[in-house]
Design a protein around this ligand. Structure first.
Ligand SMILES: C[S@@+](CC[C@H](N)C(=O)[O-])C[C@H]1O[C@@H](n2cnc3c(N)ncnc32)[C@H](O)[C@@H]1O
Length: 318
């Protein structure tokens, strides 16, 4: 936890320079908490009225797989694959061969366990997605679910994705963005943005037009770009689970008395060495991150599901 604080304190330039260890420290700290509180898919989803949280995640995963037209036999890259929840569901849904790239070794170990039933369709690379260790024109599709926000330079990341895609192939992504409602001159908006960045290990958060133009600047044709949070039922916004409004065992840490209970349990656990030292600090970091995300969602200045579908132009002879 102290390493994470030191790197975060180095400011935006420092975070960009040390992004790899910055993000790695963060995921070393939070992966078990995420798995307990969220499951094996570390992302949000737009929800329909009456739809369960788990069903909404699955529908969001199927949406990106269908938009990228994933099919059996295709070679597909899952950029920043987490602990493999989306990979498992997308490989089952599409029948495509999926390679998960992740720079966090512990998450890859977890992902191997979670995808063991479809082992023949899944492979993993432990590497930085800013330098994908694959030849040019290698993949039939690339998708990224809420992983690109960690990139220190989005244009350079898109250039790398463009390089490994074969001509005519597509990149589909859900990104964290500032919406048109974000006012750069508004101190409250800036406070929420900073709190989201600190709590989630992000070097910066771009606006939606910045994402579009970064994609186009490296040569992609933008086929689709829209904010999927607008597809959520008003009573069931994407941040509902963070508010602890769905009563499940894992939502307990999200409600006030639950937080107090978790805090007490972790304090006792640290003292008796049942939990590693620093567990309480990580839990506090995640609660603050969740509060900031809820504020970003409620005020309409932030979305974690800006969907883009971009195509590498086919060769003129194709
Ligand atoms: C919010 S999680 C999303 C994980 C997964 N896509 C999902 O939806 O469950 C972001 C993921 O990106 C990975 N990541 C962040 N920066 C990375 C980098 N530079 N290279 C490779 N993976 C990275 C993290 O380790 C983490 O697995």
């Amino acid at each position: 936890m102290d390493d994470y604080k030191t790197i975060y304190g180095a400011g935006e330039d420092g975070r960009k320079e040390q992004y790899s260890s910055f993000v790695n420290h963060y995921y070393d700290l939070v992966t078990d908490f995420y798995e307990f509180g969220w499951g094996q898919s570390f992302h949000f989803a737009p929800r329909r009225r009456g739809e369960s949280f788990e069903d909404s995640l699955l529908r969001h995963q199927h949406f990106i797989a269908d938009k990228a037209a994933l099919k059996p036999g295709m070679q597909v890259l899952d950029l920043g694959c987490g602990v493999g929840g989306p990979m498992l569901n997308i490989a089952r849904h599409s029948g495509a061969n999926i390679v998960g790239i992740n720079n966090n070794a512990y998450q890859i170990e977890r992902a191997k366990v979670h995808t063991k039933d479809i082992r023949s369709l899944c492979r993993f690379i432990k590497a930085d997605f800013m330098h994908i260790p694959e030849k040019d024109d290698h993949y039939d599709a690339v998708y990224a679910i809420e992983a690109t926000p960690h990139a220190p330079d989005k244009t350079e990341l898109y250039r790398e994705i463009f390089r490994v895609l074969r001509p005519g192939a597509c990149f589909a992504s859900y990104d964290w963005c500032l919406t048109d409602g974000f006012d750069f001159g508004n101190a409250e908006h800036q406070r929420i943005k900073n709190a989201i960045m600190i709590g989630n290990s992000l070097p910066n958060i771009l606006t939606t037009p910045e994402v579009d133009s970064a994609l186009q600047s490296v040569g992609f044709d933008l086929l689709d770009a829209h904010d999927r949070s607008c597809d959520s039922d008003r009573e069931t916004p994407w941040y509902r689970a963070l508010q602890g409004r769905d009563f499940t065992l894992s939502s307990i840490p999200r409600i006030p008395w639950g937080r107090a209970l978790v805090n007490l349990t972790l304090r006792a656990g640290e003292a008796t060495r049942v939990f590693p030292k620093g567990s309480r600090a990580v839990s506090t970091l995640l609660n603050r991150a969740a509060d900031a995300l809820v504020e970003g969602g409620k005020s309409g200045i932030f979305t974690p599901m800006y969907f883009v579908l971009a195509r590498k132009p086919p060769r003129s002879t194709d």
